[in-house]
Design a protein around this ligand. Structure first.
Ligand code: F6R
Length: 260
């Protein structure tokens, strides 16, 4: 554990927007700029993508840029952070369903360039599957940009409190707070899976650029801990404090407890 209670976040890396819409549009703009820059260079853009409520408006803006401003996703290769285990890709609660519905069905990304951990493998195949996912990211030269939300317990991806900073893609037990927050989508706690496949913290921190987006007052407590608190595995997102390539993008409500 690294003690850093006196370290203040590097405010150069923090932008606070007046609204969730503005924060989301800014985030989408950063992603679009990377896609365009890679297109100019004749390269693919390797994106790490998140699900949940936080990125929804980012994806809406990316769809708008595609439809009305000619942004093409033909050079995009995507890797999603995580997926529940077990779940069928056809379930409305699956992240495959989420990504198709909220982004992929509306842009010109090539189907074969989409990677989402699928969890229809049996339990004895999971470790091999996770290693393959990790190696696939590496085979593309790593992630150019990783988009992150943050859980109320500080998780990034489904790296729950206690996850090692050197962890890689693996099966993980979901934290009670994560399962509680998922009731919104599953209707009842009993329907929420107990496990998930997630990229590891080490997988995430290898990304060349990381955008952490947090919206709304319900994220303000954890944002304070993640940005200002001790760097410790109890708050997995606290590791981001040590990385030069991280940008925190907040709306005013999520930033309410951060002292400037
Ligand atoms: C989702 C993910 C999670 C979410 C986090 C916040 O792919 O990896 O870490 O980003 O749980 O979820 P929302 O945005 O729904 O508050």
């Amino acid at each position: 554990m690294i003690k850093s209670s006196n370290i203040q976040p590097d405010f150069d890396k923090l932008t606070v927007y007046d609204s969730a819409v503005l924060a989301s549009k800014y985030t989408a703009k950063k992603i679009a700029e990377l896609i365009l820059q890679k297109q100019k260079e004749g390269n693919r853009a390797i994106l790490g993508l998140a699900t949940g409520n936080t990125p929804k408006m980012v994806y809406q803006e990316l769809i708008r840029l595609h439809k009305y401003e000619g942004l093409s996703f033909s050079n995009v290769v995507s890797f999603n952070l995580d997926e529940y285990y077990p779940i069928s890709v056809n379930d409305e609660q699956s992240y495959t369903y989420f990504m198709n519905n909220n982004l992929f069905n509306h842009v010109d990304i090539t189907q074969e360039n989409i990677h989402i951990p699928h969890t229809d493998c049996s339990s004895n195949q999971i470790s091999e599957y996770c290693l393959d996912y990790e190696n696939k990211i590496k085979s593309y030269g790593g992630l150019d940009l990783q988009l992150l939300g943050i859980g109320r317990n500080g998780h990034i991806g489904f790296n729950e409190p206690g996850s090692k900073f050197d962890s890689i893609t693996r099966l993980i037990d979901l934290h009670p707070l994560t399962r509680e927050d998922a009731i919104e989508n599953f209707g009842d706690l009993d329907n929420v899976p107990h496990q998930a496949i997630t990229m590891g913290i080490n997988t995430i921190v290898q990304a060349k650029k990381i955008l952490l987006l947090a919206l709304g007052e319900r994220k303000s407590e954890i944002i304070k801990k993640a940005l200002n608190g001790t760097i410790a595995t109890e708050v997995p997102s606290s590791i981001l404090q040590t990385l030069p390539q991280v940008e925190y993008i907040l709306d005013r409500e999520a930033a309410v407890l951060i002292q400037k």
